[in-house]
Design a binder for this molecule. Structure first.
Ligand SMILES: Nc1ncnc2c1ncn2[C@@H]1O[C@H](COP(=O)(O)OP(=O)(O)OP(=O)(O)O)[C@@H](O)[C@H]1O
Ligand SMILES: [Mg+2]
Length: 391
């Protein structure tokens, strides 16, 4: 795997010297630009480098603070400072800011090669790309009205409250409504518009197109009106998903039950597909059909998860009927809570915020805790945990 190196030089002339091909090792990609600590955030977002060399002309007191704040968003970055300052106090502050090494100037091809050599010895660099890949989870109703959008958006909100960074990607090309469930802030762009700019699509362009609902929760909405989506760029959609999974812990994709080409390509790229259904014959028939379609596309068994929404036990139809029709175990059930869910949708306030003690909100919390276990989150015990794990 090649190593990506970004160099931020204090003067333009040094950048030119570093663009010399002699600097490059066979599996090294290098980009150099003039700048300072304030440039770091943009460089991380644009280049997604493994190693950054930042030349610090002089520490004005703020540079290390800026570096510390920026590295919080990308803690696995191997940041090397090139500086003449080597006092004990400075080295200590640099270390606390997340800097891996402080090297003496001047910044030269030899400095870059040495920094890369040291970085290669640090296993976090070779592991970083793997660890930074977010999980792509798709939600699709077996047929319309199963509750896929409600569950996708509310799971996203719940995970965002557990310190996970998420992008909700609305691929409902006909009247996508995911943003409504989360408060419906004005959109600056949409998924179709963004996908059409496939040549210049990068993390910065994605960032400029999303609605930031909070620091952790972003949404890329569907077009407000259906139209122009018949020639949506599939390549663009693939690129959006690929970039997003490098930027977020989870990419939650909301898809309609019309299995068009865009939907199928997005589903191909997903790690897990939740098929939402309810306990009625029409839903079960639709789920059975959908499972067959996905099997014929060669999806591995553990990629599909059956999610029974609005579940109430004791009815004529039970989970066994779903399982024998689809030949699959039900992964998860979410209870019915008509009043609270309707209020949440009508007010555009996620259920966890509106009614945290509601049973659906509690089920969401348990579900999120299994998907994103943390040291401080006790794992839900019993059937839910077992079902999700063995699905
Ligand atoms: N657990 C639940 N309890 C009570 N009502 C629910 C629950 N989940 C969803 N609903 C209701 O179901 C309705 C449909 O939900 P949603 O829009 O999420 O379905 P969908 O599967 O995305 O459908 P489509 O995309 O085809 O329109 C919502 O308006 C909501 O009131
Ligand atoms: Mg929907």
């Amino acid at each position: 795997m090649s190593i990506h190196v970004s160099v931020i030089c204090s003067a333009e002339a040094e950048c030119l010297a570093l663009s010399n091909p002699d600097v490059l090792e066979r599996d090294m990609v290098i980009t150099a630009q003039a700048g300072n600590a304030d440039s770091l955030a943009d460089v991380l977002l644009r280049d997604q480098p493994d190693v950054v060399l930042l030349e610090l002309a002089d520490d004005d007191g703020h540079a290390l603070e800026t570096i510390a704040q920026t590295l919080c968003q990308a803690p696995a970055t191997h940041l090397v400072l090139v500086s003449e300052e080597h006092s004990e106090a400075f080295l200590l502050r640099a270390m606390r800011a997340g800097v891996r090494e402080v090297m003496s100037g001047p910044l030269s091809p030899v400095t870059v090669q040495l920094a890369v050599k040291h970085a290669r010895l640090n296993t976090t660099v070779s592991n970083r790309r793997v660890r930074n890949r977010g999980k792509v989870i798709a939600f699709i109703p077996a047929k319309g009205g199963a509750g896929a959008t409600f569950l996708a958006t509310n799971l996203a909100y719940t995970l965002s409250k557990m310190d996970k960074r998420l992008l909700v990607l609305d691929l409902n090309m006909y009247f996508g409504d995911a943003s409504v469930f989360l408060g419906d802030k004005a959109a600056v762009s949409n998924v179709v518009e963004l996908a059409s700019q496939v040549q210049r699509l990068d993390a910065i362009l994605l960032r400029s197109a999303i609605i930031p609902l909070s620091e952790n929760l972003h949404i890329l909405p569907a077009p407000e009106l259906p139209g122009g989506f018949s020639n949506v760029s599939i390549q663009g959609i693939e690129k959006i998903i690929e970039i997003a999974r490098n930027q977020y812990d989870f990419v939650i994709i909301d898809i309609s039950s019309n299995l068009d080409e865009v939907a199928l390509r997005a589903l191909d790229l997903a790690d897990v597909i939740y098929i939402a259904l309810q306990l009625s014959l029409t839903f079960i028939r639709a789920a059975k059909h959908m499972v067959r379609v996905f099997q014929s596309r060669g999806y591995p068994r553990d990629k599909l998860a059956l999610l029974v929404n609005r579940y109430e036990s004791g009815g004529i139809i039970d989970l066994g009927d779903v399982e024998s029709a689809t030949m699959r175990k039900v992964t998860l059930t979410i209870p019915n809570s008509h009043f609270a869910v309707t209020e949440s949708i009508n007010q555009g306030i996620p259920l966890l915020a509106l009614a945290p003690r509601d049973r659906v909100a509690r089920a969401m919390r348990d579900w999120a805790a299994v998907l994103a276990p943390t040291a401080s989150t006790p794992q839900p015990k019993g059937w839910l945990h077992k079902l999700i794990r063995t699905a």
